[in-house]
Design a protein around this ligand. Structure first.
Ligand code: 5AD
Ligand code: SF4
Length: 464
């Protein structure tokens, strides 16, 4: 494991300089379409940062772009289908202008069968690459401008980290900071370890410098990203822990929140829970994916914890910080999930009373062990269970949101609501949405609001 060498990064900087010279004065534009999770959003901000360095203006209008990049997701079949349909849509741009450059990257194209599909069936795609070759975008664009052969990168598991890439942040007050990449856990349903490689952590000093810089620039809401932030640092020489990192961030002056996305229960240490609940920056929200409330299913998912251990973590966290907003991920319809298993999930979410859950219908992923399991669940049963789960959770969320009425909370203003002129959408440190009316625009600022009303999906309040 290691870091992309200075020589390799310099080589990319040379490509950047060459492209700048080639397109100078031509007003070239680039469009990046992002699918998937926050890690992909963060990757796309780097892609855009590099494109800007090359001299492209970033546009949100695909029909005026000279470079089109699709940053894909592979977590579920639906995400791949969307990617394929978007890539399909780009064909007519190339037909009307053969100089247009089309690249596809991210988790979907980190799978060999998808890369081959792009190569053989999408002839207008100039290049594809996986998640590990992000820093080589300048090279791929340079070769495409010079009409070199189409290129399909096979370096799927690059075990390296590239530091120092320009980041074109999409928000002035919310930022993603990747603290580690990849995953070692191989949950049996999940494609991530195959498309993002093994865990590698950024050096603590690099992360801290990035956070300090963001805070100095006025960023208020920073999410530390990793597939399992609880194992941060295990691959680093000094073996810092996530608790060390949180404690160091806590020392940075400024008014800002920190979110962790995402934690694995098997690695949730007391030390980490202590650090999270001690700091006002982190104690508002904790996301702890459960996946299933049945120990048998958890075992077949290779999650390596029991519901008993999971509940102990929740108990410990709530003891330390009773107000914490808890969220989770649940998969319904994992192979072999019986009605009894599913009822155990329902019982568990009733017991924990999450503020909200992200629920997913199990999606077969080629190359994962669960895809080969015999007892696949019918679509009908999966959908029935999904609907039931949402219904139960909606009741819990409604109940929990009602408990917020009358409270005064600090929120970060996200911006004007789409449907209503004087209404602004804001968020609490627990990521709960609060709509407020205001004549003044406080976007990007913290304000205090009194919660006046609540429903299942949002709170309503007034500025005080
Ligand atoms: N099918 C459905 N949901 C999945 N997730 C991961 N893989 C799959 C899959 N094959 C969910 C998990 C994970 C979240 C990011 O996506 O709940 O925590
Ligand atoms: Fe996928 Fe499990 Fe890794 Fe999360 S911890 S990315 S669910 S393999």
């Amino acid at each position: 494991m290691g870091f992309v060498s200075i020589e390799k990064l310099n080589k990319q900087n040379e490509y950047i300089a060459e492209i700048r010279a080639l397109i100078k004065g031509l007003s070239k534009k680039a469009f990046v379409f992002t699918l998937g999770c926050q890690q992909n959003e963060a990757d796309s901000e780097k892609l855009m940062g590099m494109l800007k360095s090359m001299g492209y203006t970033i546009t949100d209008k695909e029909n005026e772009a000279d470079v089109l990049i699709v940053n894909t997701c592979a977590i579920r079949e639906h995400a791949e289908r969307r990617a394929l349909s978007i890539i399909g849509r780009f064909k007519h741009y190339k037909n009307s202008n053969p100089d247009i450059i089309i690249g596809v990257c991210g988790c979907m194209t980190a799978q060999e069968h998808r890369m081959e599909q792009m190569k053989n069936s999408y002839h207008y795609v100039d290049f594809t690459f996986g998640t590990g070759a992000l820093h080589r975008l300048p090279e791929f664009i340079y070769n495409a401008i010079n009409k070199s052969k189409r290129y399909f990168d096979k370096d799927i598991e690059i075990p390296e980290i590239a530091e120092g890439i320009n980041i074109n942040r999409q928000s002035k007050y919310k930022a993603w900071v990747s603290i580690m990449y990849g995953c070692n856990n191989f949950c049996t349903y999940c494609i991530v370890p195959y498309v993002r490689g093994r865990e590698r952590s950024r050096k603590m000093e690099d992360v801290l410098n990035e956070v300090r810089d963001l805070v100095k620039k006025g960023y208020k809401d920073i999410t530390l990203l990793g597939q399992n932030v609880n194992s941060y640092g295990k691959d680093l020489e000094k073996r810092p822990t996530i608790a060390d990192l949180i404690n160091e961030i806590h020392k940075i002056d400024g008014d800002f929140w920190i979110h962790l996305m995402t934690s694995h229960p098997k690695d949730a240490s007391e030390e980490m829970l202590e650090a999270v609940s001690k700091s006002p920056r982190t104690k508002g929200h904790f996301h702890l994916p459960l996946q299933s409330g049945s120990d048998e299913v958890l075992c077949r998912m290779n999650r390596r914890y029991t519901t008993e251990k999971y509940l102990k973590i929740i108990e410990s966290l709530r003891e330390k910080t009773p107000e914490v907003v808890l969220t989770t991920d649940i998969i319904v319809g994992f192979p072999g999930e019986t009605d009894e298993d599913f009822e155990k999930t329902i019982d568990l979410i009733k017991k924990v009373k999450y503020d909200s859950i992200f629920s997913f219908i199990y999606s077969r992923r080629k190359g994962t062990p669960a895809d080969k399991m015999k007892e696949q669940i019918s679509e009908e049963i999966k959908h029935e269970r999904y609907d039931r789960l949402c219904q139960v959770q909606n009741e819990i969320a409604y109940e929990k949101n009602q408990m917020m009425v009358g409270k005064i909370v600090k929120v970060l203003v996200d911006g004007k609501s789409k449907n209503n002129e004087n209404v602004y959408t804001t968020r609490t440190d627990g990521n709960k949405i609060v709509h407020i009316e205001s004549d003044k625009d406080y976007t990007g600022q913290f304000i205090n609001v009194k919660i006046t009303r609540a429903d299942t999906f949002a709170l309503y309040g007034e500025k005080i």
